[in-house]
Ligand binder design. Structure first.
Ligand code: IMP
Length: 200
């Protein structure tokens, strides 16, 4: 059984591959295929974008596909950057410039007002048809400075509830135990297993 992860983001792919261990599927990313059209992520929600990616890619490749759309929602910023997390600091945004912008916007804000949640939407599609969608959430606070070198994206500024260190100060095993992505993927695994049992 082959499963394509509709992403070119190596960081996401690394985490997803790790989290899919135990499921007897061979995992590919978009890098394994030529000519897959770029999907415009213009949905208003993570779920819309995840579904759009999974459907378009699985229709094109005629394969079983999952896609991940994720982002960070900061309460003080009314849920921003949310669906715009990847391009928060504009054209040419990097993980570093996004984190710098976030810390700047929260400057002078007390820890109690720095609540934030990572959210992840995973869509599962087969040959252009949506099979299911799963959501995961991990809440915590935005720290006062970037800390740690592991992970990616906003990991250096995100301190999950119940911990004193950022995601980027945790190892992959620790992050994967509690992350939004691991919660969504656990649900997505059940969707995949049920589908395989019933329809394939
Ligand atoms: P997209 O899902 O490709 O639209 O982009 C998601 C963006 O959200 C990434 O580029 C990261 O900046 C951020 N993000 C998503 N998941 C994580 C995570 O697990 N850690 C840190 N940042 C994340």
């Amino acid at each position: 059984m082959e499963l394509v992860v509709a992403t070119r983001n190596k960081d996401k792919l690394r985490e997803i591959k790790e989290l899919l261990k135990g499921l007897s599927v061979k995992v590919f990313s978009l890098e394994s295929f030529k000519g897959v059209p770029e999907v415009i992520e213009d949905g208003k929600t993570l779920e819309n974008n995840a579904i759009k990616k999974a459907v378009q890619v699985s229709k094109f490749l005629k394969k079983f596909v999952i896609s991940d759309d994720s982002g960070l929602e900061v309460e003080y910023l009314n849920g921003d950057p949310g669906v715009y997390s990847a391009r928060f600091s504009g054209k040419g945004a990097t993980y570093k410039s996004n984190n710098e912008k976030l810390l700047r916007l929260l400057e002078g804000t007390a820890l109690s007002k720095r609540k934030a949640c990572f959210r992840c939407a995973i869509a599962v599609a087969d040959k252009g048809r949506v099979i299911g969608i799963a959501e995961g959430r991990c809440c915590g606070k935005i720290g006062f400075e970037s800390k740690g070198d592991n992970g990616f994206g906003y990991d250096p500024v995100f301190i999950p509830d119940g911990f004193k260190k950022t995601f980027a100060q945790m190892n992959a095993f620790q992050k994967n135990k509690i992350s939004h992505r691991s919660i969504a993927l656990k649900k997505a695994k059940n969707i995949i297993l049920n589908y395989l049992l019933l329809y394939r």
